[in-house]
Design a protein around this ligand. Structure first.
Ligand SMILES: Cc1ncc(COP(=O)(O)O)c(C=O)c1O
Length: 370
């Protein structure tokens, strides 16, 4: 089994802890346990026996997650180790080697690389940059004739774009007509910067599988806690794969995760993130406004800004040289398959972002690229 390097993840692993300013994250500055639960509940964790617990997810956690998806109940939810595991076992459950998968790009490249490693025929559907990274309904209809599964991320990464009603309808129409499964990664839902919360795809079509986690909008990537929400038979098939891979997620993460997903707490934590994202999106907007050679589309959701530049420098070289010279680490557009772009994190503390942008300015001036 041949695995291509997952370029963004590998580079993050290598460099994210060795730089002064890490702008490669796409989530929100992480919460502490103190910010999530009251002191007595946190204190009670000291007495917790560290058993396996419920390997498919504690009932209170599954119910709390289901509560964020109108029409879902606990039996529609499987708790996983991050949405990475959710995507892996959902793919393994629903797609056989040789089956066709349509994957909307640019995107987090897990489905692309993992799908191919598992022998799936992964084909890419380009989102339209000049239409706010929306689906091209004609291209979708042409590509989708014999797809087993169509995978999209909404809100998107690295674009931060939310699919328009027209894009949503196109996906639902084509999937409904061809019988394809829709695998929708909704990990950035709840991190809307200006508008209302993104509507989930769950419940809009019988063959929708949603994956998500606490890593981004909920600001808890260290819990490594994610989930699948889908039809019971999909949850059952995915759980069979989980039995062979990770068995289940950790009991500590599940208890803290249940506190995060308690409805009032959930809304408080999401609001904390949205306030930070709004402040930082404004900072980037002001920065782009002063530049001659940079442009962007203000993200609708998620802790990231996808910035376009017009000078001649490969984005990977820009990322590497900025890191080596200024200790600022950004994601190269080429790691998403798109040149002349970088992705910077806007979920960091504002002073961190300001310092990163000041150092980027210094780098550009030194290179004669300002
Ligand atoms: C779209 C998307 N899906 C999944 C993941 C993985 O998230 P998790 O930490 O929940 O495994 C990421 C992380 O960057 C992502 O951007």
């Amino acid at each position: 089994m041949q695995f291509d390097t997952f370029l963004m993840e590998r580079n993050q692993t290598l460099f994210e802890n060795g730089v002064e300013i890490n702008l490669t994250e796409s989530g929100v500055h992480p919460c502490t346990i103190e910010e999530i639960m009251p002191a007595d509940a946190a204190q009670a964790l000291l007495q917790l026996p560290l058993g396996y617990g419920w390997t498919d997810g504690r009932p209170d956690l599954r119910s709390a997650i289901a509560g964020w998806y109108p029409g879902a109940s606990a039996s529609n939810v499987l708790v996983t180790n991050g949405s990475s595991e959710a995507t892996m076992i959902a793919l393994m459950a629903m797609v056989d080697p040789g089956d066709k998968v349509l994957f909307a790009v640019p995107n987090f490249m897990q489905v692309d690389g993992l799908g191919r490693a598992l022998g799936m025929d992964v084909q890419r559907l380009s989102l339209m940059p000049d239409q706010g990274w929306q689906i091209d309904p004609d291209a979708l209809a042409k590509a989708a004739s014999d797809m087993k599964l169509i995978a999209v991320t909404n809100p998107g990464n690295p674009t931060g774009a939310v699919l328009s009603p027209r894009s949503r309808e196109a996906l639902l129409e084509v999937a409904g007509r061809t019988g394809a499964w829709l695998l929708v990664d909704e990990i950035y839902r709840g991190g809307e910067i200006d508008g209302a919360e993104t509507e989930t795809f769950y419940g809009r079509y019988a063959r929708v599988i949603v994956t998500s986690s606490l890593s981004k909008s909920f600001a808890c990537p260290g819990l490594r806690l994610g989930w699948i929400v889908g039809p019971e038979e999909v949850v059952g098939e995915a759980a069979k794969r989980q039995d062979y891979t990770t068995i289940g997620s950790g009991i500590l993460s599940q208890i803290v995760g249940a506190a995060v997903m308690e409805p009032k707490n959930r809304e408080r934590i999401l609001a904390r993130g949205r306030a930070l994202l709004r402040e930082n999106a404004d900072i980037v907007e002001r920065w782009v406004g002063k530049q001659n050679r940079w442009s962007w589309q203000r993200p609708a959701a998620g802790g990231m800004a996808f910035l376009r530049y017009d000078f001649d420098m490969p984005s990977e070289a820009l990322s590497n040289e900025l890191r080596e010279e200024e200790s600022v680490f950004v994601v190269a557009g080429s790691w998403f398959g798109i040149e002349n772009h970088i992705r910077i994190g806007i979920g960091v503390k504002a002073e961190h972002l300001l310092e990163g942008l000041a150092r980027l300015d210094r780098f550009l001036v030194r290179r004669g690229l300002a």
